[in-house]
Design a protein around this ligand. Sequence first.
Ligand SMILES: Nc1nc2c(ncn2[C@@H]2O[C@H](COP(=O)(O)OP(=O)(O)OP(=O)(O)O)[C@@H](O)[C@H]2O)c(=O)[nH]1
Ligand SMILES: [Mg+2]
Length: 688
Amino acid sequence: MKEYQTSQIRNIALIGHNGSGKTTFVERTLFNTGVTTRLGSVQAGTAAMDFEEEEVSRNSSISTALAPIEFQGKKINLLDTPGYMDFIGEVNSALVVSDGVLVFVEAVAGVEVGTEVVTQAARERNLPQILLVTKMDRENVRVSRVMESINANLEGNFVNLQLPIGEGPDFKGIIDLVKMEARLGEKATVAPIPADMADDAEEARMALIEAAAEGDDSLMEKYFEEENLTSEEIVRGLKGAMAQGLVTPIIYSAPEPGIAVEPVLEILASYIPSPDNRTFAATNAAGDEVEIEGKDTSHLAAFIFKTREDPYGRSSYIRVFSGILESDSRVWASHLDSEVRVGTLQTVTGKETTPITRLHSGDIGVVVKLGDTGTNETLCDRGHVLTLPKIQQPSPIASVAIHPKSQSDVAKLSQSLNRLVGEDLTLTWHTEPATHETILSGMGVTHLDIAVKKAHSKFGVNLTTSIPKVPYRETITKTNSAEYTHKKQTGGAGQYGRVFIRLESLDDDAEFEFASEIFGGAISAPFVSATEKGCRQALEAGPTAGYPVVGVKAIVFDGKEHPVDSKEIAFQTAGRECFKKAMLGAGPVLLEPIYKVVVTVPADNMGDIMGDMNTRRARVLGIEQEGTKSVVICEVPLAEVLTYASDLRSMTQGRGVFRMEFSNYGRIPAHLQEQIVAHAKKEREEEG
Ligand SMILES: Nc1nc2c(ncn2[C@@H]2O[C@H](COP(=O)(O)OP(=O)(O)OP(=O)(O)O)[C@@H](O)[C@H]2O)c(=O)[nH]1
Ligand SMILES: [Mg+2]
């Protein structure tokens, strides 16, 4: 591939609901521009973009794939994102490295919830958008219905940049409203506008001119005087209006049969800005915020936005935001705080790589084995350290407990999990101290299911999953004191320690405090510390059901030591046992984790969601209206929302979304506490 300068580069994320046709568009484009010799098909599992094992088996994308398209002297880096909402993390990272987006709206289904979510994310990043109404060849396409759906469900001011010629099986091509010509068939042959559409085209062009005039004050003046603009002025005005988020042009295509595809590329090349007109926020070595210009002549700032593991090593996907990144060079990794060696840079199309010598400012490429760097790393000059902002990702909303199948799986577990989460920053794992389970958390059931499959296919680890146990806590409700003597005299040196401990309840968030009210040296300082150590041991498993203890202050206020037999270990034991004894009389209760949950659903679903939340012991904090959506904000015990990701999906046919984050630990109603305690007791007995 030839070398492209910044002004020739376009970085465009393809976004839209699951199955809206993004990958098919890229496959058609790769074929038309001669990159592939056979047209790849998602359905047949031959798509260059959907090359991961799980993508082939699901006939759907699960991660962002890259396709650099050489077109009319430009390099258009297409980022084909997955539309399934469990993989929203992939969309977020693609948006960070894009200068504009192509939004896919399926001509029959119209705007679906996934499209609403991702266009919102693109708007938050102020990225210019072009909306592609795709699959125009399908039976039952009604353009008027699609337009209604767009205007009702998406934010923005939409204007036709093209008109479709025919719809459904009669779709023949489009009218270019700037050049005022038709483009017909697979070759997008230029033809006169069909006579019966001439009036519609004139009218649509006037609307387009009005929208373009908004983008530029001088154009607005001219428009008021002459009610007309030249073709160049329309392009300039629209680009300006798009950059300010004032307008979103709509275009039409049917990539599977290959109708009206080339005009899409022409429009991407002309309307999505090249990276050299942009500036980006970064942080310098002193920690000050600086603005960097997207130019070759600026200092190097290159960002790793995606990491992919395969048996040959780790691939880092990089966008250069400023400066030039050279093959076989040494650069500074700002988070790692060390130098790393850059091997051969590559461009990739799906998984096919081509070596290149350098990436100019704005370009996207890949390098393998880049030391210990991971996603979110900034590569820069050692003498001029720059750090680009990390990709913002949502908190996980679904978790499973994972269990290695065999001993060899146990040995490989943590390393494999670390590599999995390194590839996907919406995936996290931890060991829960309260339940001793290994918990994998992510954006939905499918996300977790695929992660478990990847652990097997990529790293050879076999895992089973279960619904996680709730990590309860124990605390006290009143002050109580106890005394305990630890005494052991079996020949030789004995053990002796006696302590008096008072427990007091702490505020909600505090975990543990320890204090000494020993005056006059009833027990000496080292034994006070040993007593504290004993109390801390007792925190690990409370007396009610064996869960960690929080919210307790322990005060040792008296005690006794023996001149010979008192050792630290004796006071540790005394402290631990005394704490347990005191807790039993301090009104011990169980606490459960409470999450703040924000559910967004179509207004029609609102009643169902509220009714359902009532059965989950939820406390509703508020209800808001956002356009056609209702937003329910509530606090719910984790125990009631362990499978909410799939429950909400089935309650709303996938049209509802939610986020959740830990809020606090709250008291459990007495009748539930009895059940939990009985259950925990039974489990302990089973474990022996
Ligand atoms: N009739 C028709 N079908 C199409 C067209 N484009 C895509 N499809 C079909 O729509 C289905 C989904 O297409 P994909 O390209 O996988 O959609 P996607 O947006 O990449 O989907 P995700 O990766 O899951 O988000 C496939 O079965 C395609 O064959 C089109 O232009 N016409
Ligand atoms: Mg896809």
